[in-house]
Design a protein around this ligand. Structure first.
Ligand SMILES: *[C@@H]1O[C@H](CO)[C@@H](O)[C@H](O)[C@H]1NC(C)=O
Ligand SMILES: *[C@@H]1O[C@H](CO)[C@@H](O)[C@H](O)[C@H]1NC(C)=O
Ligand SMILES: *[C@@H]1O[C@H](CO)[C@@H](O)[C@H](O)[C@H]1NC(C)=O
Ligand SMILES: *[C@@H]1O[C@H](CO)[C@@H](O)[C@H](O)[C@H]1NC(C)=O
Ligand SMILES: *[C@@H]1O[C@H](CO)[C@@H](O)[C@H](O)[C@H]1NC(C)=O
Ligand SMILES: *[C@@H]1O[C@H](CO)[C@@H](O)[C@H](O)[C@H]1NC(C)=O
Ligand SMILES: *[C@@H]1O[C@H](CO)[C@@H](O)[C@H](O)[C@H]1NC(C)=O
Ligand SMILES: *[C@@H]1O[C@H](CO)[C@@H](O)[C@H](O)[C@H]1NC(C)=O
Ligand SMILES: *[C@@H]1O[C@H](CO)[C@@H](O)[C@H](O)[C@H]1NC(C)=O
Ligand SMILES: *[C@@H]1O[C@H](CO)[C@@H](O)[C@H](O)[C@H]1NC(C)=O
Ligand SMILES: *[C@@H]1O[C@H](CO)[C@@H](O)[C@H](O)[C@H]1NC(C)=O
Ligand SMILES: *[C@@H]1O[C@H](CO)[C@@H](O)[C@H](O)[C@H]1NC(C)=O
Length: 546
């Protein structure tokens, strides 16, 4: 199945915020930290509006919920300020609290979901209170004064879940009556990593949360996550996928075949990257398929990088003075006299030249400085709070979650990124930045239910073409019966938590949102309404009697 052309046609614009894909060069990390800093100083016009519309609030929460666990030693009796936002525009007495988890990002970035996305839509449909909750060690919610490795110890899945539970049981919304759980029905929602958290809170704290919605929720932690590329391979544009597999095969037949060492330098040279010393740092640039995750149906949320890449790699052949060199490389790789294979390599060269190589040219750095993932000195500088973008999620990856997106596919699956991009290379940062030399303890995540995680009033939704789907219950089995108690929906032609964002009612068009997203949002509102009815039937009457 292909992504529909209607959706492909909509794809252009900005980068969507999502669970991080791929490895970032030091300059990429710097750019990100810089952007975060600048956003904090000079906000975009609509962000000022959002901040004024939804003032931020804090709740004081314990730093350490597990004084019985040695991993958190030395323990802390302290508290810190956890940030949240709410909107009571649609709230009516008796309505639910619908809380969206900020996950591994600045919670302020989730405010559009309160304004026009899924939180707005559910609050409006149910007379509910919409809430956004930030996550410890992200945005402005820090339990420690810096992010040195020792001070990251309270950043774990179980601490984050305990914090959500504590919030629901203790928060006092300014100007509103007591709406704490479990006296009020709370429904928790999250997308991606936060989607896994939403599922886990329902299983771990069922008395607190009446219902939970796990959107593209990655409930399965996987260390070597080569499957990240499976949805692209299975649902991406077939010609783009086929050409990518050939490109990677050529590159790997040069880099990994000892008979071809003489072709390694010509290969790097023809891609404009002759001075990258480590072959893996070179191969790490041929990763255009990472962009799939950031495609979105809303032009304002979408990143075009995947379709730009695909258009480039499938372009018509052009005359090039690089062809003789490319022909040698391609022949050495075993594609003797194949002009169609040469065309693919030439297309890849032209694409890389417009993207990564052109960014490097503007940087004034050597290629090794710019491209290497293996610079311990650079990684070790990210220990202050403002650097959380380079630190907090990285630490979670190394300690519990894994999700190292390698090219290590089984022999019968041609990979979409180089096989040189393996665990050893891609976990360098765990060793260099945190001195973590053992694999992540994925049990800390998978103990909540893995692919089989299930609970009454726990919903699973996600796109069939989402790179994260292989880490969600939506992968095995491919379909489940859906019911109000166990809602289950695969969004066709959808990618990463596509029902989370929305547009204003007055700005919809026949294709925005696309029909399957309209359906998914309606489906979600329907079962939340039914859950609230169930609560009223079970508890509401009981309350009236008192
Ligand atoms: C929340 O806490 C932060 C950090 O302690 C503080 O700067 C901010 O003023 C607080 N905000 C509110 C609304 O209390
Ligand atoms: C610590 O307490 C939690 C519940 O509060 C329990 O699940 C966990 O097993 C305990 N750990 C140890 C090491 O006793
Ligand atoms: C935390 O409080 C308990 C009980 O008051 C006390 O025994 C313990 O020493 C305190 N721990 C720390 C780290 O301050
Ligand atoms: C390398 O070349 C030798 C001699 O031609 C051949 O026997 C061997 O199979 C080649 N190795 C690979 C991995 O292609
Ligand atoms: C590669 O390094 C050499 C030697 O330092 C230098 O002359 C050349 O300009 C560099 N090429 C690129 C593309 O950086
Ligand atoms: C090729 O990629 C570049 C860089 O992403 C993009 O600007 C360009 O539009 C793409 N070409 C096509 C035909 O899509
Ligand atoms: C490749 O093509 C060239 C030029 O057409 C020809 O001379 C050569 O024999 C071909 N090589 C093979 C192995 O087919
Ligand atoms: C790469 O881009 C530069 C600058 O736009 C251009 O001058 C050069 O011809 C391009 N090289 C290739 C191989 O496309
Ligand atoms: C690169 O060097 C030029 C000239 O020295 C300077 O104007 C420019 O700001 C530098 N660019 C970066 C990204 O440092
Ligand atoms: C490593 O990073 C440091 C700090 O950013 C920088 O000064 C140094 O040049 C880098 N070394 C290499 C080989 O890239
Ligand atoms: C790294 O951890 C090991 C034990 O796992 C310890 O012996 C070593 O001192 C640590 N190194 C640094 C730089 O913290
Ligand atoms: C749609 O409604 C929103 C919120 O009420 C408003 O900010 C926006 O300007 C409106 N858009 C159009 C195109 O009228």
């Amino acid at each position: 199945m292909r992504l529909s052309t209607a959706i492909v046609g909509l794809i252009f614009g900005l980068e969507a915020a999502a669970l991080r894909a791929g490895t970032r060069s030091i300059p990429d990390i710097e750019r990100e930290i810089d952007a975060t800093r600048k956003r904090a100083l000079t906000k975009r016009a609509d962000e000022i509006d959002l901040a004024a519309l939804y003032p931020e609030h804090n709740i004081s929460v314990p730093i350490d919920f597990f004084h019985n666990e040695t991993r958190y030693e030395p323990h802390s009796n302290g508290t810190f300020n956890l940030r949240y936002w709410f909107d009571d525009t649609y709230y009516e007495p008796g309505g639910p609290v619908f809380v969206l988890l900020g996950g591994e990002t600045d919670g302020a970035g989730r405010l559009p979901f309160l304004q026009k996305g899924i939180v707005h839509q559910v609050a409006k449909a149910t007379g509910g209170l919409g809430v956004i909750l930030e996550h410890r060690y992200y945005g402005k919610s820090f339990p420690t004064e810096d992010l040195t490795t020792k001070n990251l110890r309270f950043l774990s899945t179980e601490q984050s879940l305990a914090e959500i539970d504590y919030f629901a049981r203790n928060v006092k919304f300014e100007g509103l009556p007591d709406l704490t759980a479990p006296k009020t029905p709370w429904v928790v929602y999250g997308g991606s990593y936060a989607g896994a958290q939403a599922a886990f809170t329902r299983v771990q704290y069922p008395e607190t949360f009446w219902g939970a919605i796990s959107s593209s929720g990655v409930t399965v932690a996987i260390y070597d996550y080569w499957q990240y590329f499976e949805p692209a391979r299975l649902f991406g544009p077939p010609d783009c996928i086929k050409n990518t597999q050939i490109l990677i095969d050529v590159v790997d037949n040069i880099l990994l075949n000892d008979n071809n060492t003489a072709q390694v330098q010509p290969l790097k040279q023809v891609f404009g990257l002759p001075n990258i010393t480590d072959n893996r740092d070179f191969a790490n640039q041929l990763t255009g398929v990472y962009g799939l995750q950031s495609t979105n149906w809303d032009p304002e949320e979408n990143s075009a990088s995947f379709f730009n890449y695909c258009n480039n790699i499938t372009a018509a052949p052009k005359a090039s003075n690089l062809r003789p060199t490319v022909a040698d490389v391609v022949s050495a790789a075993g594609y003797v006299n194949s002009t169609s294979t040469q065309d693919i390599i030439l297309n890849a060269i032209a694409w890389l030249n417009q993207t990564s190589v052109s960014r490097w040219r503007r940087s004034n750095q050597t290629q090794d400085q710019y491209y290497t993932q293996l610079n311990a000195t650079a990684l070790q500088q990210y220990t202050s709070l403002k650097d959380y973008g380079a630190t907090s999620w990285s630490y979670q990856v190394c300690t519990e979650w894994g999700y190292i997106q390698t090219g290590s596919t089984p022999a019968d699956i041609a990979p979409l990124i180089s096989r040189t991009l393996d665990l050893e290379y891609l976990t360098f940062f765990c060793r260099a930045q945190f001195n973590i030399t053992t694999p992540p303890d994925v049990w800390q995540v998978n103990k909540y239910g893995n692919y089989s995680i299930d609970y009454p009033r726990l919903a699973h939704l996600g796109g069939n073409a989402d790179p994260w789907r292989p880490a969600t219950p939506l992968w095995y089995p491919e379909s489940r019966n859906s019911s109000t108690e166990h809602p289950w929906l695969l969004i066709s032609h959808g990618v990463h938590h596509w029902e989370e964002n929305g547009v204003f009612e007055n700005e919809t068009t026949p294709l925005i949102p696309p029909p399957q997203v309209v359906y998914a949002q309606q489906f979600l509102k329907n079962f939340v309404e039914e859950w609230v009815d169930e609560w009223n039937a079970e508890k509401g009457e009981h309350l009236e009697l008192r």
